[in-house]
Design a protein around this ligand. Structure first.
Ligand code: TRP
Length: 337
């Protein structure tokens, strides 16, 4: 397929394994986008330093994220897949952008305030300037589209502000003002298993279905998912817990299966145990190919090293050109004899 000349950038922090929420909310869309656009996807390992991980954990997490990205179908021949820390150009652009980032603005960022509350003993400058680093990630490739969730919208707004400030200050149109990539109706919400809302890893391992879950453990956590006392009257509205199970069924099971259980709910003959058994089998079948691929890739150190090097080369080519131009615009010029 012919690619458009639009550049897309997105990063994922190397925290934990990929769950169905990540997959349906983001990664599956990355896989589609790599066919049509010039895509840069990276593991945001610089960003993960705000919480001071130990070196061994850091490396393991980065490796696992990379393997899982690949297992999901990100194709290093189609997209540029790289590690953030392999681009020193990003760090340099971050330094420049910090000159246009004001303290008052940074302190008002919702994610900063939340993190500062969660880790009061470690409110470091990296945490404060998280949005500037994210802006550097995006602007280093002069991207115009950024596929991210709602929680990143404020960071993206700041990216646009820095791009605009730079452009105005130097009277240039060098940086585009990137916008969030909206998937429209393709965006599905994936609820967790504990009946509380969104699937997430911070809610604990039993709330999320991970792509590498072992079948036995996966069946067990689905069988433990919260339900209610059952419908008392025909066609009664669903409790959140039951609606969540149906939402999961909609993405994992065949439409006729979903219909069968909905009908059973509506005429009060439903047995939640049976429904969960069905959901568990469909979840196991859905995740199995991912889990196998993750295992295969994990063992293939050579291939992973090749992917990392290839991504680094491709990403640096684009980043070097941006930095060359930025230095020139700012006024760092070569002294010639
Ligand atoms: N902040 C993003 C998150 O927490 C991760 C990220 C870092 C990112 N840099 C980025 C996303 C650049 C898109 C573009 O999910």
């Amino acid at each position: 397929m012919k690619k458009t000349n639009e550049t897309v950038v997105s990063g994922v922090r190397p925290t934990g394994n990929i769950h169905l929420g990540n997959y349906f909310g983001a990664i599956r869309n990355f896989v589609k986008m790599q066919e049509e656009q010039n895509c840069f996807f990276f593991i945001a390992d610089y960003h993960s330093l705000t919480t001071h991980p130990n070196p061994k954990d850091l490396h393991g997490n980065v490796r696992r994220s990379l393997v899982e990205f690949l297992a999901c179908g990100i194709d290093p021949e189609k997209a540029t897949l790289y590690l953030q820390s392999d681009l020193p150009e990003t760090a340099e652009l971050y330094l420049f952008l910090n000159m246009y980032a004001y303290l008052g603005e940074l302190q008002k960022v919702v994610t900063f305030k939340e993190k500062a509350r969660k880790q009061p003993n470690n409110v470091n400058a990296g945490l404060l300037t998280y949005p500037t680093l994210m802006a550097a990630d995006i602007l280093i490739h002069r991207a115009s589209k950024v596929p991210v969730g709602k929680d990143q919208e404020q960071h993206l707004e700041m990216t646009r502000t820095y791009a605009r400030r730079f452009n105005n200050l130097y009277n240039t149109d060098f940086f585009p003002e990137p916008t969030a990539y909206n998937f429209g109706d393709q965006l599905i919400k994936i609820p967790g298993l504990d009946g509380s809302g969104k699937m997430g890893k911070s809610e604990g391992g039993n709330n999320a279905i991970f792509l590498n879950d072992e079948p036995k453990a996966l069946r067990k956590k689905i069988m433990r998912a919260k339900t209610d006392a059952g419908p008392q009257e025909k066609n009664s509205p669903m409790s959140v817990e039951i609606a969540n199970l149906f939402s999961l069924m909609e993405v994992l099971s065949k439409p006729e299966i979903v219909r069968q259980y909905k009908d059973a709910y509506n005429d009060c003959t439903i047995r939640y145990g049976d429904m969960k058994k069905q959901l568990a089998e469909d979840a196991v079948a859905f995740t199995a190919p991912f889990r196998e691929r993750i295992e295969e890739l994990s063992a293939d150190r050579k291939y992973i090293a090749k992917v990392v090097n290839m991504g680094k080369e491709k990403a640096r080519e684009s980043a070097r050109e941006t930095i060359r131009r930025v230095r020139e615009i700012i006024g760092f010029k070569a002294f010639t004899g």
